[in-house]
Design a protein around this ligand. Sequence first.
Ligand code: NAP
Length: 454
Amino acid sequence: MAIQTINPATGKIEKIFDEYPTEKVQSIIEKAHETFLNWREVPITERKKLMNRTAEILKEKRNHYGEIITREMGKPIKQASAEVEKCAWVCEYYAENAEQFLQREKVKTDASESYIEFDPIGVVLAVMPWNFPFWQVFRFAVPALMAGNVGLLKHASNVPMCALAIEEIFHTAGFPKHTFSTLLIGSKIVGEIINHPYVKAVTLTGSEPAGKQIAKLSGANLKKTVLELGGSDPFVVLEDANIDHAVSTAVTARLINNGQSCIAAKRFIVVEKIYDKFKDKFVEKMENVAVGDPMDEKTELGPIAREDLMYELDAQVKKSVEMGAKVLTGGKVLEATGYYYAPTILSELHKGMPAYNEEIFGPVASLIKAKDENDAVNIANDSNFGLGASLWTNDLNKAKKLAAKIESGNVFINGMVKSDPRLPFGGVKNSGYGRELSHYGIKEFVNIKTVWVK
Ligand code: NAP
């Protein structure tokens, strides 16, 4: 894939970038390693100052960076600016807490003294997706840098301006030049980077196929990985739920980020007794969504990020319909300049259909009827993915019992699934492994070292 900015709202190429030649990539890896040798000695109080400065820059220029995000991947401008603001939050969170998370832990043993230290490991490669082009990078880079590691970013090929802007932000904040480096490269040479002895670990946020490839390449080199992959999150609505609240959240949870979020609700599993009521309200609300120019503050749904992804989405819908799914609303590419897809709800779904089995990355909701709550949980778990889940009922005791049965990295009761620096984030099954954020995230890329003194 060429490294270029194509505005998805217009379909126009805005900027083309040259891929970095191999020698440049090699030189950046070497400089990153040299930088690491100094950076790991820098006191955490100094790292903290730089991270707080990074947060200030993000807040000062939230609109500027928000516009770059929207131009490159099409999310509504309000959501893009909010994403930049959230990156400032993760900087402040780790500036505040990293020292405590990485504090030496004393353990009583047969030694006169024994303790655990958390040492940085070196250069960490991050292969990142376009859908949250700032947030995904910051939530990897901030804990990594605070722990004393250095970062290399291979961003998705359609968001090079975001990739370069992030590198510039860290440099402007005062981080030494190669503590964070962007590599403008395609995915073909990722294997060579993973092979490099100075690269100690890899984190990928992306699709299941990319995850399998990165795991294979890293496994062959015995390098640690964290994989944050796709999802097909269930949104389970039980009989005693507040239906109006559930429906309005369902629309937001499906359409946020133009429907292209790993933790977007994708399968709406509603118990029989309230299915029709939920369905009618859901269809009505989806039909009233403001679709249009993502630069317009009033827009709720913008374009799909790339033309190929729009046609892939349409093919998944068409195949599901050929197999018997019913289109309750939408179900088509919109006749407009840019890559717009209609807000869509499909029903009458069964196993084997793309809209039942696969990750649907766009504004398409799969509505599924369950007999009762146990059936709903079984359907929720009938997926290869296990990222997030949302459960709607007024009986909180029941909700907590059901939450324990749901196979996912998180369950949100009466709320939309979201990431939060204070809570661990990640999946089970084909949604990946490892955790980002919270104290769990910062400990993924450290050497948990035991020291025993006689
Ligand atoms: P993608 O196509 O898998 O790409 C992700 C990154 O991997 C890009 O930098 C891409 O580079 C690179 N890549 C792709 N194939 C590769 C390969 N064979 N070897 C090495 N690198 C490879 O995913 P995307 O379309 O950007 O993002 C959407 C996906 O990310 C969805 O599945 C979504 O659910 C998932 N996601 C997961 C989380 C989470 O936290 N679990 C968060 C956000 C998104 P190129 O662009 O150059 O191909």
